[in-house]
Design a protein around this ligand. Structure first.
Ligand code: HEC
Ligand code: HEC
Length: 191
């Protein structure tokens, strides 16, 4: 019972915990982003295959994920350590900095082949169509695969995505990951 309650809260907390009244300062975020660039680049274009691109993601999504890593509702050996000591203000600043860059994409395939189950929220090209969903365009297939399996096993929890991933087979996960990984992503730095 207790476990169930915790799991349930885990899905809700990241989004609801965010204090909307804290306004992110991009310039402050740019300074703190020095701690992030070896893995995510200065503008959020990932430098290592297991890290996601975070430039141009919705600010609310970036805030929610950093808060989740800090509070332990999302776990990762690198990110849990990175986020542990960030204040709400620093999280807002970092989200403002990374979220403020511009993304453009180039599709390699006919959009009609996009996964039907995903396009309503993530687009055929992997650019989010709803506010709290992340971009998937150009993420490595390793990253996408890992996240979908984490949602499927319950290691990562989110109301919608846990339900979406619950019934996916390994083959479907690989196909969806390959689809979005094949989109070329460009991030234009906005100072
Ligand atoms: C040592 C490498 C490393 C450093 C340094 C690092 N990250 Fe990460 N980051 C990762 C990895 C790997 C993941 C993927 C975690 C997972 O698989 O759940 C990640 C995930 C994230 C995510 C989730 C993105 C998404 O699409 O869900 C955000 C946001 C993020 N990092 C922001 C930051 C910020 C801001 C900093 C600097 C304060 C930072 N990271 C520093 C490696 C790093
Ligand atoms: C109804 C909307 C919706 C649908 C449909 C949906 N997603 Fe999502 N997706 C989301 C939201 C919202 C999140 C953010 C979850 C969070 O905050 O942890 C997300 C997160 C993800 C992530 C994590 C990305 C990252 O950067 O960490 C992946 C991967 C993903 N979705 C893949 C898919 C795939 C593949 C499909 C189709 C099989 C799909 N999603 C269908 C809304 C949706």
């Amino acid at each position: 019972m207790r476990l169930l309650t915790l799991v349930f809260l885990g899905g809700l907390l990241p989004a609801e915990n965010i204090s909307a009244e804290i306004v992110g300062d991009r310039d402050a975020g740019r300074k703190i982003s020095g701690q992030c660039r070896t893995c995510h680049g200065a503008d959020g274009y990932a430098q290592i295959p297991i890290a996601p691109h975070i430039g141009g993601e919705p600010e609310s999504y970036l805030r929610a994920q950093l808060t989740a890593f800090r509070d332990g509702t999302r776990e990762h050996e690198m990110m849990s350590i990175v986020a542990r000591s960030l204040t709400d203000q620093q999280i807002a600043d970092l989200a403002a900095w990374y979220g403020g860059h511009k993304v453009t994409v180039e599709m390699q395939a006919d959009p009609s082949g996009a996964p039907e189950l995903c396009v309503a929220c993530h687009g055929a090209d992997g650019i989010h169509l709803i506010d709290d969903a992340p971009n998937l365009a150009g993420e490595t297939n390793i990253y996408i695969d890992t996240q979908l399996k984490a949602f499927r096993t319950g290691k990562r929890v989110h109301e919608t995505m846990s339900a979406v991933a619950a019934d996916l087979t390994d083959e479907e996960i690989r196909a969806y990951a390959d689809w979005y990984a094949a989109v070329k992503l460009y991030i234009e730095t906005v100072q």
